[in-house]
Every structure is written in structure tokens, then in C-alpha cells.
Design a protein around this ligand. Sequence first.
Ligand code: CO
Length: 208
Amino acid sequence: MEINRIFTNNQAWIDQKIKSDPQYFEKLSKGQYPDILYIGCSDSRVSAEELMGVSPGDVFVLRNIANVIPNSDIGSQSVISYAVSYLKVKHVVVCGHYNCGGIKAAMESADMGILNSWLRNIRDVYRLHRAELDVITDEEERYRRLVELNVQEQCVNVLKTADVQRANKERNLSVHGWVFDLKTGQLRDLKIDFNSILSDIKKIYKIV
Ligand code: CO
């Protein structure tokens, strides 16, 4: 990818948008009213908007390595707070993907420097689900399952935030766990049963 090519592409995009709606950018600059907060992986192959077929203004996006929502990470906590309490999104999506390098790295013991503490969040997911994961003998299968369980645990982290707790009492807000399959391009809803997961942990986190 030639870096200067980006600006040529950008002009072509502007021309195309204006051609179909001369007021496109004027409207875009007026404000954003997205219904969805999408939390996904930074992986260059998992381009959030493109795979969902959505347009600018439709989705508030957070991407980081392996779509992790650590409780002490001010960056992701701020994104969730703003999207839920100010933009009033109706849906929060955590979308993982198979063949995720972050998940793979967390399954190995290599020293990744500053990444170690980030990957520890995923190793914590492994520890929580060790009984299920350790009996999966096929390594590829175990890797895929950890991708899914990481989505589940990060959804729980989203549900534990004060903003989501408050929104849940006041209005309809749903949390979804999805996974993207790079090999087929398919996006799948993991249909995680949050009610039963939450009733299990309610007492610990005092989730109401
Ligand atoms: Co990834």
C-alpha cells in the first residue's frame, strides 16, 4: 500500500459521496446518533464497518488487541461510558474473531514485553474456563473456543460497568457477543445466555 495513495482514494470517496448526495458531509458534520457500540479487535483484516455493511454515523467503534475490556483500562471504560450514557446506544457488541493473534499469543508462553499485561486478561479468561478448555485435545479447536469464551467474558466486563448497569434499569440496552470467521467472512451471534451467567455472579459484583 503506497501511503500517498490514501489521499487519492479519499478524494475519490468524497466525489462519490457528493455525487449521490450533495449535502452528505454537511449532514454528517451535524452530529452522530449511532445505535450500536462495536468493540472488536484491531486486526487489519477485521474491518468493522465493512463486514457489517454500515455507513459513517451508524456505529461507535472501539478496537484494541483481542477486544479486551479490562476493568481498569480508562480508554475502553471511557468509550463505554460515552456511548452508553451520552450517545445512548441501544446495543453493545463485543466481536471477537477466529485466528486472532492476541488470543494465540496468550496461549503461548513467549515474552511479549509490554503486551504481557494486556495478554494476561486473556490468560485470566483461560484460567476461568480451564476445566472446559483443557479437555479439548485439538489445539485449533481449543483456540477457537478461547476466542468465543473471551468474547463472553468481555461481555460480562461490559455488563459490570456502572454505565451499563444504570442504563439497564432505565431503558432497553442489549449486550451481544459475536464472532467473525476470517476463513468464511461470516459473522455469527454466539447467543450467550447473559441472564444465567449474571445470576451466577450477581452476588459477587452486586449487579442489580
Ligand atoms: Co485479533
